[in-house]
Ligand binder design. Structure first.
Ligand code: DON
Length: 304
């Protein structure tokens, strides 16, 4: 395994020159464009790493998985999916257009920004501070990583530049999808995106899902049904308007973020975390997707 990972990082790192680092916040623009790393964890306690695995980066959209799990635990599946759909949108992650044109008014799915903001609004707590603290504590619990925290420079950047997200939040409030305070939902959303992780954290998250929501200490946190929902939405919507292609090329549940991270899940077997901040046109790590494609082929991981 170790040899394979070294080989795949070396092979795919050259692709990083063809992508672009996210630059909508100056702080994100500082990422090392040619970084590429992978971390794999299995149920025998093995940890394999190659490339740039020590670099911290913000989790961004991968946090949408975490808030979705907590929102379902807080409110139940029926309520959550009365406010947000389960269908791929076929649009970029930050698109606003279907909010007006979709017949039910609800965002297509929880993996696009509109859906994730609606989900953030469902987290229980008396104010934004308490709601976010619950998200962070839940993230720490499922990754068994007490060190997780927000990068406040990135958070300020998200909040200052997030006007389209803000517009979507108010749109959702207008249509009754958000019932509580919109600014609270946005604060939770911007903060959850700004949590710093490494490829290892993502591999822990991946292994948690690979084991149907059970931690390495045997604590069953998700029901099998919630775990199925999360993994299915990763396959159908986790890499935005590239999800179909990623399902064919990689064939396992994946979720990407514009910080350059991808979490991938080999059900029952492996948790995989990838970091590569150079992104393709759809906002997915360019080296990361290719690396996962190679890995899936070599280890025969595709579930299809
Ligand atoms: O809402 C945004 O624009 C970002 N904070 C998160 C987006 C993200 O990671 C989408 N990803 N691929």
């Amino acid at each position: 395994m170790q040899e394979l990972l070294n080989k795949l990082v070396k092979k795919n790192v050259v692709l990083t020159k063809d992508g672009r680092v996210a630059d909508y916040i100056p702080e994100l623009d500082k990422a090392k464009k040619d970084a590429l790393g992978v971390c794999i964890l299995d149920n025998e306690g093995n940890r394999y790493t190659a490339g740039d695995c020590e670099i911290k980066f913000t989790v961004q959209s991968i946090s949408k998985l975490v808030t979705l799990m907590l929102a379902i635990l807080d409110n139940g599946e029926e309520f959550v999916f009365s406010k947000v759909g389960m269908e791929p949108s076929g649009d970029p992650f930050n698109s606003i257009r279907k909010l007006e044109t979709s017949s039910k008014k609800k965002p297509y799915n929880p993996m696009i920004n509109a859906g994730a903001i609606a989900v953030a609004a469902m987290i229980k707590g008396k104010d934004a501070r308490e709601k976010f603290q619950r998200v962070l504590d839940f993230f720490k619990k499922i990754t068994e990583d007490e060190t997780l925290d927000v990068n406040y420079k990135i958070y300020c950047g998200e909040s200052e530049t997030g006007n389209k997200n803000r517009a979507m939040g108010y749109f959702l409030k207008n249509d009754g999808i958000i019932e509580g305070n919109v600014e609270d939902a946005l604060e939770v959303y911007f903060k959850q995106c700004s949590i710093e992780v490494t490829a290892y954290t993502l591999a822990k998250l991946g292994l948690f899902l690979a084991n149907n929501g059970c931690t390495s200490t045997g604590e069953q946190i998700l029901t099998p049904r919630i775990s199925t929902i999360i993994k299915t939405l990763m396959i159908t919507c986790g890499t935005y308007d590239m999800s179909g292609e990623v399902a064919v090329r990689v064939g396992i549940p994946c979720k990407s973020g514009v910080g350059g991270g991808i979490v991938a899940v080999s059900p029952g077997k492996l948790g995989i975390g990838v970091y590569g901040p150079s992104l393709d046109a759809k906002g997915n790590s360019i080296g990361g997707i290719h690396l996962l494609e190679d890995l899936s082929r070599e280890l025969k991981l595709s579930i299809f």
